[in-house]
Design a protein around this ligand. Structure first.
Ligand code: FAD
Ligand code: SF4
Ligand code: SF4
Length: 476
């Protein structure tokens, strides 16, 4: 008998989680790894649904029931192969996908039983695969003469790079940063995703022949025209980095900072670099009352980073309620365990201080009627003001696409009103021939798993287009 359907006798159990008091003191990841017996047991809870909603709600359509079955049977190498067949970075998604909104949130084990720990099993499989040497660099069956230029070494660009390399293209990845990973390195903190997990992928891609040109900024060091001359196709995977502003008086005071500046400084510090704006205290929460404005993943990473830096107090001000916040429920729970106070249904009105921020004046909100997106609009409650002490205010209100500098290109890809690149949604090609785009720069701020999906789709589309062009040319 197959060792499945154990959910009736076996409770859901995540890998051991470090206690909050200990977590607060360092930036190490908070979950331990499953051991093989625990992974097999948890995988065996799957009921092998005929219509697996977990898979339907995974942006990569991962074949979850099959790799759970193989894990439960102890066939770990096959399980890993299956997990890796649809996902370039299963160990990363297993760590940081908001599973409560995706696969696990749609697991349909019978009512009253908790979902299968899909993400933790996915992570376990990839970690054991690395330990056993099953994870291999991309090795094409044959080399092609054509080369592809990819701008942006975040998850979208890297997934595309790996796929295109497997197909035999010469792959050149350009990034303005000194490390690959995009937000995986400089946005997301170590306690969610250890930097070595990303560095390990860097080494594998290089071993497989992907060429990285780091410290090269499109629009400053090289233009799009030049990249189009150098390569048969170009993929733009540059993400979104323009912070949305807070329209309140006092935002220019010292001590009001942007979330990504704050997180990047902390991540660079963790990587052992000298960071003058951290060392001088500008981007360091130590000993200060911190207020983070916003309710998404970025805000959650800021509050939890501030706790670890030794802030005096950490509050998160969010204009909607817990149920309506965009951040993952799991991250909110972790933040609360670590001592963060959430001030729900509250919005800032003014940041106050003399030269330097001293406090934030806010008012209460209530949720009104639903807007076009189905979300209830937050509305201010009259005469409901209150103040919170604040020595550091971190703005985490989301991101838009950056402006392109003069000289970026003589011919620009079409963009929508918010600056996102317009693509043909089946092929991810922009308005310029052989120029493709993927990830946040197309979708707006989204998720790693969607960036991986886009990168894979863009790679397939680049290949299809070049093959079609070649066969049309041969037929003439
Ligand atoms: P990015 O990761 O942004 O990578 C873009 C790359 O392009 C960067 O390396 C950048 O340096 C480079 N680049 C940009 N412009 C240029 C240029 N002109 N020239 C050369 N290079 C350039 N998602 C999750 O799924 N789970 C999470 O827990 C999560 N937490 C997050 C926390 C934070 C703080 C943030 C900001 C985001 C988080 N996200 C999370 C979202 C996720 O990180 C992004 O959706 C994902 O990284 C987008 O991938 P991308 O490859 O499109 O872009
Ligand atoms: Fe779930 Fe993300 Fe893994 Fe898909 S990639 S199975 S959504 S954790
Ligand atoms: Fe297994 Fe849950 Fe997916 Fe059903 S929905 S196949 S029980 S993981």
């Amino acid at each position: 008998m197959r060792p499945l359907l154990q959910f009736t006798s076996l409770d859901r159990k995540m890998p051991d989680q470090r206690v909050a008091a200990e977590r607060r003191r360092d930036f190490r990841e908070i979950y331990e790894e499953f051991d093989p017996a625990a992974a097999r047991a948890q995988a065996s809870r799957c009921s092998q649904c005929g219509i697996p909603y977990c898979q339907v709600h995974c942006p990569l359509s991962n074949n979850i029931p099959d790799w759970l079955m193989l894990t439960a049977e102890g066939r770990l190498e096959e399980a890993y192969e299956l997990a890796a067949a649809t996902n370039n970075f299963p160990e990363i998604c297993g760590r940081i996908c908001p599973q409560d909104r995706l696969c696990e949130g749609n697991c349909v084990i019978e009512k009253g039983f908790q979902s299968v720990t899909i993400g933790a099993v996915e992570r376990f499989l990839t970690e054991i695969a690395f330990a056993k040497g099953w994870v291999k660099p991309p090795r094409p069956a044959r080399e092609r003469a054509a080369t592809i230029g990819i701008v942006g070494a975040g998850p979208a660009g890297l997934a595309a790079a790996e796929e295109l390399r497997r197909l035999g293209y010469g792959v050149h990845v350009y990034d303005r940063h000194d490390r690959i990973g995009g937000l995986l390195i400089y946005g997301i903190p170590n306690f969610k995703l250890d930097k070595e997990v990303v560095a390990r992928r860097h080494r594998l891609l290089e071993e497989g022949g992907v060429v990285f040109h780091l410290g090269v900024e499109l629009g400053r060091d090289v233009g799009l025209d030049e990249l189009r001359r150098r390569h048969e196709a170009v993929l733009l995977a540059t993400g979104v980095y323009r912070p949305r502003p807070l329209a309140s008086p006092g935002v220019a005071l010292q001590g009001v900072v942007e979330a990504l500046d704050y997180l990047t400084a902390s991540n660079r510090k963790g990587l052992g670099e000298k960071v003058p704006r951290f060392d001088s205290g500008v981007l360091n929460a130590a000993g200060r009352d911190v207020v983070v404005v916003g309710g998404g993943d970025t805000a959650m990473d800021c509050v939890r980073t501030a706790v670890r830096q030794g802030a005096k107090s950490v509050r998160c001000l969010y204009r909607r309620d817990r149920r309506n916040m965009p951040g993952s429920a799991r991250e909110v729970r972790h933040a609360e365990e670590e001592g963060v106070e959430f001030v729900w249904l509250a919005a800032p009105e003014a940041v106050r201080g003399e030269g330097t921020v001293r406090e934030i004046r806010a008012h209460r909100m209530h949720l009104g009627t639903r807007d076009g997106s189905g979300r209830q609009a937050p509305l201010p409650v009259a005469a409901s003001h209150f103040t919170l002490p604040a020595g550091l205010v971190i703005l985490a209100l989301g991101f838009d696409a950056e402006e392109w500098p003069e000289g970026f290109a003589t011919e620009l890809p079409a963009r929508d009103r918010s600056g996102l690149i317009k693509v043909d949604h089946r092929g991810l090609m922009t308005s310029l021939p052989r120029v493709f785009a993927a990830g946040d720069v197309v979708r707006g701020a989204s998720l790693v798993v969607w960036a991986v999906r886009d990168g894979r789709d863009a790679a397939a589309s680049v290949h299809r287009s070049l093959e079609t062009e070649a066969s049309l040319a041969a037929a003439q």
